[in-house]
Design a protein around this ligand. Structure first.
Ligand code: SF4
Length: 289
């Protein structure tokens, strides 16, 4: 068995009467030759690492360039004052996404999901929820399976497919995970993944000065909020008109045709604005000193 397409996972679900996450669990057991307990124990360690990363980052630090740090804390304080326009869960998601991505920019330990640059998306949608251990496993195996399919059919790397491949994949993983813990079907997981990916298709990778800071930290927010919207749409019965595997293929195709300037080279987009270039020059001068 391989995780080459969402269709294959749906087929396995039907043939073996398994939930989406259980198909991914079976794949991991087969791949790594481990027991269900061994596989789950490793997944729970990943969850603990996400929680530890969230707890360890206080929001006081700044990144190497000084461009990033403190915004997660600002968002939390704004939420606590009751001023957020969104309020409740989505406001907490925004604060969590900012904090985790800032933590990465400040060189703290994080869990790449699927990459370090997009590390804030999945924990942002899960950490504010009061999840049981069963739900944590459902969410993380579902997200892993989605990430594995996208890696196999398209790409999860900004250098290869632009930010759509990195934040887009993280958003799709988070959307599917949310549907799984809300008791959605495999089909609904597929629609959530498709909608999350479609909404971010074409997003370029243009990190200022080549640092995973600007625009990366705030893109984690849009990935997370997009995931919540896609999951809610799927749970409401809204469907992607383009089947999920075709959406993934299309994302891969867009990534392969993306000019090199927009694939993590820091030569285009925001990296090539006057301010972006000035930051790069400042960083280069600082390195020479
Ligand atoms: S802009 Fe590039 S480096 Fe930054 S999060 Fe997106 S893919 Fe990653």
């Amino acid at each position: 068995m391989a995780l080459n397409s969402m269709r294959e996972i749906f087929d396995q679900m039907r043939e073996q009467h398994l939930a989406f996450w259980e198909v991914v669990l079976a794949y991991d057991m087969d791949e790594r030759q481990v027991s269900p307990e061994g596989s789950k124990a490793k997944m729970l360690l990943t969850w603990q690492a996400m929680r530890d990363a969230a707890d360890a980052y206080t929001g006081q630090r700044s990144s190497l360039s000084g461009l990033v740090g403190g915004d997660g804390m600002k968002m939390r304080q704004y939420n606590l004052r009751g001023e957020s326009m969104l309020g409740g869960y989505v406001s907490a998601v925004i604060a969590e996404a900012l904090s985790m991505a800032e933590s990465n920019a400040c060189m703290r330990r994080i869990v790449a999901a699927p990459t370090a640059g997009a590390c804030g998306v999945l924990p942002a949608v899960l950490l504010p929820l009061d999840l049981t251990q069963h739900q944590i496993l459902q969410a993380l195996y579902t997200a892993s399976g989605i990430g594995a399919v996208i890696a196999s059919r398209a790409s999860i790397a900004g250098a290869e497919g632009g930010c759509q491949a990195e934040i887009g994949t993280a958003s799709a993983m988070a959307a599917g995970a949310l549907v799984a813990i809300r008791g959605g079907s495999g089909e609904q997981i597929g629609h959530a993944v498709a909608m999350a990916l479609k909404n971010l298709m074409g997003l370029v990778c243009d990190p200022v000065a080549g640092l995973v800071e600007v625009p990366c930290v705030k893109r984690n927010v849009i990935g997370a909020v997009n995931a919540v919207s896609a999951a809610d749409m799927a749970m409401a019965g809204i469907q992607s008109r383009i089947p999920v595997d075709e959406v993934i293929e299309a994302m891969g195709q867009v990534g392969r045709r993306m000019p090199v300037e927009f694939r993590e080279t820091a030569l285009g987009g925001l990296a090539n604005t006057p301010t972006g270039r000035a930051v790069k020059e400042r960083m280069q001068a600082a390195r020479k000193r």
